[in-house]
Structures are given as C-alpha cells and as structure tokens.
Write a protein that binds this ligand. Structure first.
Ligand code: UDP
Ligand code: MN
Length: 253
C-alpha cells in the first residue's frame, strides 16, 4: 500500500497554502503520494488546481448525515475543524501518512518520517510536554477513527481544537526533532537557537494568525515586505512566495 502526505483545507485561503505546500514537497523530491482533504466551501477553480498537484483530493463534509458516528458530534459545533482533521484516519488506502498543516513549507526532504511509528510529532513550543498537531505521523485505521471520535465526544478538547483532542488520545507520543515542524512565528523567542539550527529545518510551520499569503509581496523586488517581528523569517517567507509566484499564482482565477 502507498504512503502519503496529507493536508487539509476548508476554504480557498488555506487551499492556496496547500498548493504551495504540495509544490514544495515535489520540489524536495518526495517519493510519497500527496493527498488533501477539502470541504465543499473550496471553490471549483481552486479544486481543479489542487487536482493538478495532489494525487488524491478527498471532499469531506462536516455535516454528513450518513455518518452515524459523525451525527453524534453535531451538538459540538466548535469541534468542526477538529472533526475534519480526524477524517484523515479514514484514508485506509494508505499504510502510513504524515499529516501537515496547510501553512507548512517543505524545504528539505522529510520522507524518513515514514519510518516513525504512530503517533510521532514535535514538541509544542508553548507546552513542550504536548506535541504540536501541525505535523504528525499516523496510521489510517477505522478502529482508531471510531475511538478518536468517541474520545472527542467524551473527553473533548482542552484547547477547543484538534491539538487538545490528539494529545489526550496519544499521551505516549514519540518525539521527533524540531526540524520536522520548525515553528516560524513572530512569538518564537529563542533566536540564538534559531540562528544556530534554523538552517537544518526540513518543514517550516508558519503558525499563528499571520499566514504567508497574508504578507505583502513586492513583485518588483521579488521579496516579501517584512512586517515588524517577522524579519528573521524573511528567507522562509521569500521561499514560500517564490513557489507561489512561479507555480500557483498563474492559475489563480
Ligand atoms: N484549517 C482550515 N481552515 C480553517 C482553519 C484551519 O483548513 O479555517 C486547517 C489548515 O490545514 C490549517 C490547520 O487546519 O493549516 C490548522 O490551522 P492553523 O494552521 O491556522 O493553526 P496554527 O498552526 O496557526 O495553530
Ligand atoms: Mn498551522
């Protein structure tokens, strides 16, 4: 059975991020499939572009009334996006997957992650006993999916998002190096470590409210106009925009 990188987009903004992520994975020479979960809110034009980059574009619907497990969650609307991420465990056509948030950029090949067990991830910078759920290695399985849904319903999420649910479900998670989910955000404060190790990053995660596609780009200079607090991220933001301008933007309606 094949293995795949899996991402998620519930709207066109995140789908643009996913397109750049997909191109970046190809450019670092991944040998694995690319799969994206989208909801019907993603426009047809962007969906067609996703089909050009991803091997599989799976439409999932948070309010799918044919799904009994799903129905029982309907009284928990705040878990909407969380639930959508959990759909990834239903991708049983793959033997193993690496989930990546749509706001991640691949800068080096990370295919060795597929040698890691479920659930492997990196420490969260806010509470390092927890893992950050922007990147995790998992094994699609319907039993796990059912158990996760039940867990979401009974235990719930301590942060209202997927990270809270997944951390209490997988308390004995396996830690992999921070280079597989290097958080690039304005609030990251350990700058000496970033200067020492930042160039080893394999997957860069633009966590936080300001996503790469929300920065201003000076097309004349071919550079991102860096906002205060983001200067240290300009090399990665420029890499993100270089892919966007060359490979994604020409197709955006
Ligand atoms: N996401 C989405 N639509 C939304 C919010 C989130 O598709 O409205 C997906 C997307 O893949 C995104 C991930 O869920 O990368 C997690 O959200 P985000 O990256 O914004 O959270 P952060 O990493 O900043 O905590
Ligand atoms: Mn993210």
């Amino acid at each position: 059975m094949p293995e795949a990188y899996v991402t998620l987009a519930t709207n066109d903004g995140y789908a643009i991020g996913a397109l750049v992520l997909g191109h970046s994975l190809h450019s670092v020479g991944t040998t694995r499939d690319l799969c994206i979960l989208i909801t019907p809110q993603v426009s047809q034009a962007i969906k067609s572009m996703l089909e050009g980059v991803f091997n599989k574009v799976e439409v999932v619907n948070v309010m799918d009334s044919n799904d009994t497990a799903h129905l029982s969650l309907l009284n928990r609307p705040e878990l909407g996006v969380t639930f959508t991420k959990l759909h990834a465990w239903k991708l049983t056509c793959y033997s193993k997957c690496v989930f990546l948030d749509a706001d991640i950029l691949a800068v080096k090949n990370s295919d060795d992650l597929f040698q890691q067990p479920e659930l492997s991830a990196c420490c969260d910078i806010g509470w390092p006993d927890c893992f950050n759920s922007g990147m995790f290695v998992f094994v699609p399985n319907m039993d796990t999916y059912g158990a996760l849904l039940k867990h979401a319903q009974t235990v719930g999420s301590f942060d209202g998002g997927d990270q809270g649910v997944l951390n209490t479900f997988f308390p004995n998670w396996n830690r992999v190096s921070f280079v597989y989910n290097m958080v690039a955000s304005a609030t990251y404060t350990y700058l000496p470590a970033y200067k020492q190790y930042g160039s080893n990053a394999k997957l860069v995660h633009f966590l936080g409210t300001m996503k790469p596609w929300q920065h201003r780009y000076d097309s004349q200079a071919g550079q991102v106009e860096t906002s205060p607090g983001y200067q240290h991220l300009s090399p990665f933001l420029n890499s993100w925009w270089a892919i966007y301008v060359r490979l994604v933007q020409p197709g955006v309606p």
